[in-house]
Every structure is written in structure tokens, then in C-alpha cells.
Design a protein around this ligand. Structure first.
Ligand code: ATP
Length: 293
């Protein structure tokens, strides 16, 4: 199995459900409370590890009581956390989520994720160069992502960039990405003057646009086409994109073609939406073998 480096965010979601959304200054009684692990970096690392990739995580936690559980969750999922650092006098990444009438209100505090910089990434150059592929998203600083892109370029390591959430990003970073995997709305923001069809045609075998329940649109150098995903009864699509990235990185770094890698990642992501929670439904390799339909 290949070795994957994931640079990204680590956080905890604190979720309260309530019938009445509180107004300013108001306190209301909630129905339930639970915590789940999140952060795109953490989700993608867990997704790849469940598919039996060896995964090294680069990211930071704070020095609060949540830090240990975030790191333990990664370890429990087989992710190598030896490069994860803790930042003093800083909170771990946290999303405080209120769900009322199936609508979300979210306060996201990056905390230690905001301290992931180029210096930190460069410190682990040796570990990065030991990997078969590297993955990053936009929940850590642009300078950190750029540092990873530069190391990958130097070491000729394929670099997967999931430009989510959308932010203005240096053209040079996009150029260094071997595979660029936005969802449909991120693609429209990245390339406002191009339709999805025009964008994938401009970046054949590189720009792969995830389209939710439809699948993934890309150009193979000859034609643009949709690789359909698998039909499932979706329960919760949170983390579908992250499962797709983990699956795609696993498949492509094991020598599968782009199209076959998309199919495997579609399978993993479609299974993930049949269960609650970002990481709750992420399948193991054996689940994929058992459930291919
Ligand atoms: P999220 O932000 O919810 O994690 P995303 O917006 O980044 O997701 P999507 O394009 O919605 O990403 O979904 C990613 C992939 O997940 C799709 O390409 C597909 O493979 C799979 N997927 C998502 N929704 C469904 C669904 N309803 N049925 C089957 N597969 C799905």
C-alpha cells in the first residue's frame, strides 16, 4: 500500500440540536448534544487510512482538553501522528454548530490550525519526501500549502489539492497541483469565466470536479465526461468530498488510472453518505469489496 502525506486542519464539531434558535441574549433548551471529529485534513487522512493507505498527518492542535481526543482519534484510525504538534496558549480547532429545523448555524474557530505555517511544513520535508503522494486543502494557511507544493515539485511527488473552502489562491500553487479536486461551486469560483465543461477541457487529466450525487466530471485528454457515482440512499452527505479525496489519493498512488481512481473514490464516497457524520460512514477497504454494486 502507498504512503500518503495529508497536510490540513484538525478539529472537533460541538453540535447542539434545538427546536428554537436562540435570539440575541436569549437562552433556549436544546434537545441533544454530541461531538464529532472533523477538519478536512483529519477527515481526508482517516478516509485514506481506512482504505489501508499508510498516512502521515501534518497539522496542529492546541493545548486544551480536546487536543488529546483529536490526536487519539487519528491514531485509532491508524494515522501516523508523530509530526502533529501542539501549540501552547491556543485552542484546538473547533466548530460550534446549532441545528434547528435541519438548518445549521456554525461558528468555526481555527485555533491551532491557524498556526500551521511554511516553517512547520518545511521542518518535515524528509517525511514529505518519503511519501508517494501529498494532499492539502484550504483550512490551513496558503504559505503552508505553498511550502508543500514546492517540496512536492522538488521531489517529483504528485500533489493533490482540494481547494476547499474556496479562497483566492496563487496561480503558481494551482499550477503545481498534479490533481485539482474542487466541488462544482468551488470550480465556478476558481474559474468564474469558464463553464465546468470549459474548465475541465482546459486542464485535462488534472481538474476533477466532484458533482455530488452525479459523480465526477473530468477531461481525459480526448473528451470531457462524467464518471457516475453509485446510487445509494443518502442519509448525511457531510464529509463526502473528504472521503472522495482520501479514496482518490489512495487509488492513484497505487497505480490505478485516473478513471479507475475516480470510480473507487466514488464508491467510497457514496458509501460514506449512507451513514451519519463526516467520519462515521467512511468505509474500510473490505466494505468496498463487499458492497460494489
Ligand atoms: P461535502 O462538502 O459534503 O463533503 P463536497 O461538496 O465537497 O461534499 P460533493 O461533490 O458533494 O463534494 O461529493 C463528493 C463525492 O461524494 C461525489 O463526487 C460522489 O462521489 C459522492 N457523493 C456525494 N453525494 C452523493 C450521493 N447523494 N450519492 C452518491 N454519491 C454521492
Amino acid at each position: 500500500m502507498s504512503k500518503i502525506l495529508v497536510l490540513g486542519s484538525l478539529s472537533t464539531d460541538f453540535v447542539a440540536t434545538t427546536d428554537i434558535r436562540p435570539d440575541v441574549g436569549e437562552t433556549v433548551q436544546g434537545n441533544s448534544f454530541f461531538t464529532t471529529f472533523g477538519g478536512k485534513g483529519s477527515n481526508q487522512a482517516v478516509a485514506a487510512s481506512r482504505l489501508e493507505s499508510k498516512v502521515i498527518m501534518l497539522g496542529k492542535v492546541g493545548d486544551d482538553s480536546f487536543a488529546n481526543s483529536i490526536v487519539d482519534n487519528l491514531s485509532d484510525n491508524g494515522v501516523d501522528v508523530s509530526c502533529v504538534e501542539s501549540v501552547t496558549h491556543t485552542s484546538s480547532g473547533a466548530a460550534v454548530i446549532t441545528i434547528s429545523d435541519s438548518d445549521n448555524s456554525i461558528v468555526y474557530v481555527p485555533g491551532a490550525n491557524g498556526c500551521v505555517d511554511a516553517e512547520y511544513v518545511n521542518k518535515y520535508k524528509k517525511e514529505i519526501l518519503s511519501c508517494d503522494i501529498a494532499v492539502a486543502q484550504h483550512e490551513v494557511s496558503e504559505e503552508a500549502v505553498e511550502a508543500l507544493a514546492n517540496i512536492c515539485e522538488e521531489g517529483k511527488i504528485p500533489f493533490v489539492l482540494n481547494p476547499a473552502p474556496y479562497r483566492k489562491v496563487k496561480e503558481s500553487i494551482l499550477e503545481k497541483a498534479t490533481y485539482l479536486l474542487p466541488n462544482e461551486s468551488e470550480c465556478k469560483l476558481l474559474y468564474p469565466n469558464l463553464s465546468i465543461e470549459e474548465a475541465v477541457a482546459k486542464y485535462p487529466n488534472k481538474l476533477l470536479v466532484t458533482m455530488g450525487s452525479q459523480g465526477v466530471f473530468f477531461n481525459d485528454g480526448e473528451k470531457s465526461h462524467l464518471v457516475p457515482t453509485f446510487k445509494v440512499d443518502a442519509v448525511d452527505t457531510t464529509g463526502a468530498g473528504d472521503t472522495f479525496i482520501g479514496g482518490f489519493s489512495t487509488a492513484i498512488s497505487n497505480g490505478l488510472s485516473i478513471e479507475d481512481s475516480i470510480t473507487l473514490a466514488n464508491l467510497a464516497a457514496s458509501q460514506s453518505v449512507t451513514k451519519m457524520g463526516a467520519q462515521g460512514g467512511m468505509p474500510k477497504l473490505e466494505d468496498l469489496k463487499n458492497n460494489k454494486n
